[in-house]
Each structure stands twice: as structure tokens, then as C-alpha cells.
Design a protein around this ligand. Structure first.
Ligand code: PLP
Length: 391
């Protein structure tokens, strides 16, 4: 028996456990101080009414013999795939039903998709970024190279013709930086992928935070992309499904064998998303559902605006916030990410996420999120104003 030794090459992830430890220690020593957490990457508002009603109805169906459902299609029920198809069509992206695969969220599909690619591929991952892309490839023993995202390129790295990559990850709007590619920039990535016979794995988990009509919410808004891109999306941040679990992945038929390979992979290793959840997800795409989720997203975006405006007033460099729940700021006075974390905790009891936890280029930066309550966000920013305008 041989174990998968690649797992030994994974870096231990101490980020969130270290944050929790530091915060708990501080809280124990200072029980009278109110800590505000702006580090969380999880939603806090409940599921919207349309979703809850649809799920209740589906539960009732499950209790009656005539409407009970057992195993469903591995790739998702047609009612939900059609809803996703129509959602794309509204942005002039025409998809075939068999290109859409319903998932239990983007994270699993982002990892599982690697099953359909050979081992000897070079993988290009932006740095900093959502750590799942790197770790899943290290587990599979693939070579990972990095595209540097930094202040100079506003955390939007562009293709380098001297770097040869086969599998490219792009995340827009980005976690952790909140930076968003425009159409011209994405076109350059599509052209690079087509030229190099590479595939783009496009993570659009935060697409619904984009408020500018001109910015692409799907890579398929870019000409030529169906020949070189797979898209992963999720209802987690769109509709508060982080605990409910539902997303979708698009594998275009223009990618040749890959669509059938993914179907085969899913029908072999996956047994579909629960019927009740898929009915809830379908409700997200109704007129009422869209109205309700937009209200929730609007709430988070207001928080992001409060954070961004405060940082602007204080002259603290940052990106994100406008089309994303994340605000990525440069730590003042050249502090390191962890020093800044300690500084905020000690002085104003605001918790964020040190950028160094998302890659080496994250050092010196810090992530704040807008998923907290409005009251806490305003209070946290008042504390920021006081701390930094005193300086
Ligand atoms: N992609 C990005 C960029 C994320 O930040 C996250 C979650 O934080 C995910 C995917 C995972 O989404 P899901 O909850 O659908 O698995």
C-alpha cells in the first residue's frame, strides 16, 4: 500500500486557527472589550423568502408517494438547469442544457474537475488567491506556477507570453482582493489560452456583486471563451447558500471531449444535489427570488461602501469593495499583515484576515469583509477613523 505522498507537500493552513487563537486569548484577557469581526468569508443574512417557500413545498412533495423523489439526475434536474440557462441568456450567453452541471457548491467542483485532466499539466494560479486552487493541484502532484498580483497591476495579473501554462485559474471578482477583470483584460487571457491550447478554470462565485453592466460576470461574455474555459459558480454568496450547498459548473461542448468526460466523472462519482435544495435554488432565479437576493447583496454592498469610503478618507490604499464583498487594503506604515492584525485587535478590537494567508504577495495587505452587520461595520469604521486620524 502506498499513500499519496503529495499530501506531505501541502503547507499547513494555520490562518483561521491562528486568528481564532489570538482573538480568544485577547477576549479572555479583556472581557469588557467588544470585538468586531470583519474577517469572516461567510454570509450572515438568512435565506430569502422565495427560497424558503420553495423548499417547504418540496419537503411536502417528499411526504407524498405520488411526488416523492429518490435518486435524481447526477447533473441536476432540468428545471434548475433551465433556470441557469435562462439566467445566462439574460446576459446574451447562450448555453445548451447539457453544458450545465448542478453541483453542491463551487469548492467541490473546483477540486473534482482535476479528475479530467492529465497529471503532466503546468498550472498557473494567481497569487494571492482562494487557496483551494493550489492545494487541490498539490494533492494531485501537479506543478504550480504563480501569476503575481500586486499593487502595480491592481491585483489583476495579465498573461505573460514567456510563461507556459496548461491550466489557468482566474477568480473574478477575486477572493481575497475584490479586484475584477474588465472585458479587454479577460480577452487577453482567452487569447493566451487559445494560443497555448490551455484551459481557463474561471471562478465566478462572486459575479452577482458586480454592479457595473460593462464588467463581465461570466467568461462566456468574451468571444472565443467557449473553446477554452470552464466556469464555476455558486449560490453561496449570491443567495446565502453557504450552508445549504448548491452551485453550477458550465463545461461547453466546444471543449470537445471534456464535456463528456465531466459527465462521466459526475455520473460515476456523484449522486446529485438533493431535490429540496434544487427547488430552493430554482427559486433564486425567479423574479421574486432575484429581487430578494438583490436586497441582501445590496445590504452587504452598503457595508462595503462604508468600509471603502472610510479607507479613502483616511488615505489607506485599497481595492475591491465596489463589485465584491471583500476590501483589500495595504497595511499602513508598511506593517506586515500579522503585525497589522495584532495592532487592530489590541487598539480597536477589529478583526480582519492577514493577506499573507492567501499567498506570498498578500504579505503587507489585509482583507476586510462586508458580511458583518451594518451596525458593527459602522462601529468598526468609526474606530478606524479614530485610530488613524489620531496618527
Ligand atoms: N470560490 C471562491 C473564490 C470562494 O471564495 C469560495 C468560498 O469562499 C468558493 C469558491 C466556494 O464556494 P462554495 O460555497 O460554493 O463551495
Amino acid at each position: 500500500m502506498n499513500i499519496n505522498e503529495n499530501y506531505l507537500n501541502l503547507e499547513q493552513s494555520y490562518l483561521f486557527s491562528t486568528i481564532a487563537k489570538k482573538v480568544n486569548e485577547f477576549a479572555d484577557k479583556n472581557p469588557d472589550k467588544k470585538i468586531i469581526r470583519l474577517g469572516i468569508g461567510d454570509v450572515t443574512l438568512p435565506l430569502c423568502k422565495a427560497v424558503i417557500e420553495a423548499m417547504h413545498k418540496a419537503v411536502d412533495e417528499m411526504s407524498v408517494q405520488g411526488t416523492f423523489r429518490g435518486y435524481g439526475p447526477e447533473q441536476g434536474y432540468d428545471f434548475l438547469r433551465n433556470a441557469v440557462k435562462d439566467y445566462y441568456a439574460k446576459r446574451n450567453v447562450e448555453l445548451e442544457l447539457d453544458e450545465i452541471f448542478i453541483s453542491d457548491g463551487a469548492k467541490s467542483d473546483l477540486g473534482n474537475i482535476l479528475d479530467i485532466f492529465g497529471k503532466d499539466n503546468t498550472v498557473l494560479v494567481p497569487d494571492p488567491v482562494y487557496p483551494v486552487y493550489v492545494d487541490t493541484n498539490i494533492m494531485a502532484g501537479r506543478k504550480v506556477v504563480f501569476a503575481n498580483a500586486n499593487g502595480d497591476n491592481e491585483f489583476l495579473p495579465m498573461p505573460d507570453e514567456n510563461v507556459k501554462a496548461d491550466i489557468i485559474y482566474l477568480c473574478s471578482p477575486n477572493n481575497p482582493t475584490g479586484a475584477v477583470y474588465n472585458k479587454e483584460q479577460l480577452k487577453k487571457w482567452v487569447d493566451y489560452a487559445l494560443l497555448n491550447n490551455a484551459i481557463i478554470l474561471f471562478d465566478s462565485a462572486y459575479e452577482c456583486f458586480i454592479s457595473d453592466e460593462d464588467l463581465p460576470r461570466s467568461i462566456y461574455e468574451i468571444e472565443g471563451s467557449k473553446k477554452c474555459a470552464i466556469e464555476f459558480c455558486s449560490l453561496s454568496k449570491t443567495a446565502g447558500f453557504t450552508g445549504t450547498r448548491c452551485g453550477y459548473t458550465v463545461v461547453p461542448n466546444a471543449l470537445g471531449k471534456l464535456n463528456k468526460f465531466w459527465l462521466r466523472r459526475q455520473t460515476t462519482k456523484f449522486n446529485g444535489v438533493p431535490y429540496i435544495i434544487q427547488r430552493g435554488a430554482e427559486a433564486v432565479f425567479t423574479e421574486q427570488g432575484q429581487k430578494e437576493i438583490k436586497e441582501n447583496i445590496g445590504y452587504y454592498k452598503e457595508n462595503a461602501k462604508v468600509i471603502s469610503e472610510t479607507l479613502t478618507r483616511l488615505g489607506i490604499w485599497h481595492v475591491g469593495g465596489k463589485h465584491s464583498p471583500y476590501i483589500w487594503l495595504k497595511c499602513p506604515n508598511n506593517m506586515s499583515s500579522w503585525d497589522f492584525f495584532d495592532y487592530l485587535l489590541e487598539n480597536i478590537q477589529v478583526v480582519g484576515t492577514p493577506g499573507a494567508g492567501f499567498g506570498k504577495n498578500g504579505e503587507g495587505y489585509f482583507r476586510l469583509t462586508s458580511f458583518g452587520s451594518k451596525e458593527n461595520t459602522i462601529e468598526a469604521m468609526k474606530r478606524f477613523e479614530k485610530l488613524f486620524s489620531d496618527k
